[in-house]
Design a protein around this ligand. Structure first.
Ligand code: GLN
Length: 196
């Protein structure tokens, strides 16, 4: 099976997600039969099994999604979506900041910058539901938290500040940046959940 993964490449940690997905695909045995591409326009989504929406600045990514006519194509994208940090903000149904035109794909309320300013950025060992007993070293950078979720959203991890990892069907959203660590277990788990 040939696997094509798209990474939304409008702003933010694009190359880091491309590298993390390449590593994860290699670990899963798809090294020679997969591609990871940059998504900037609706036609780039064709043939993709999954899309990553990276961290960055959600207000900027939101504006560029609208500018590049990607809002409806992403909402109607039939594959999986792996969203981190600013990507998590975009996946929500409710975000207080009117500059973010959310995709509304996961029924949740997300608070932007809930950890505080840049200097409050931190790393933590997280226990993630279903991942294995080894903790995941999570890097939080001006991170959001999920304040509440609809009943069909599975909570995968939380910390004192709130919920930081959720899954709904083919969608996964994380407050932190798994693409910045060498640990590709979450990218792999997401791919496996899609049958890859
Ligand atoms: N605070 C940023 C936002 O809401 C997200 C930060 C990040 O992606 N590292 O857009």
């Amino acid at each position: 099976m040939d696997v094509k993964i798209g990474v939304l490449a409008l702003q933010g940690n694009v190359s880091e997600h491309c590298e993390a997905f390449c590593r994860a695909l290699e670990h899963l045995g798809y090294g020679g039969t997969s591609t990871v591409i940059a998504v900037r326009h609706p036609e780039d989504l064709l043939g993709c099994t999954a899309l990553a929406i990276p961290g960055g600045e959600s207000t900027t990514i939101s504006r560029l999604i609208d500018k590049n006519s990607l809002y409806e194509p992403i909402r109607n994208f039939p594959g999986g979506i792996f969203a981190t940090c600013a990507g998590m903000v975009l996946m929500a149904t409710v975000v207080a900041d009117p500059r973010v035109h959310t995709l509304g794909l996961i029924g949740m309320t997300v608070d932007r910058n809930a950890f505080g300013r840049q200097r409050e950025s931190c790393e933590m060992d997280l226990h993630i539901e279903g991942l294995s007993d080894d903790p995941f070293r999570a890097i939080f950078i001006r991170a959001p938290v999920v304040a509440c979720v609809d009943p069909d959203v599975r909570i995968l991890a939380w910390v004192d500040q709130g919920i930081v990892a959720v899954e709904k069907g083919r969608y996964m959203a994380l407050s932190f940046h798994p693409e910045l660590s060498c640990d590709s277990r979450l990218h792999e788990r997401f791919l496996k959940s899609l049958g890859i």
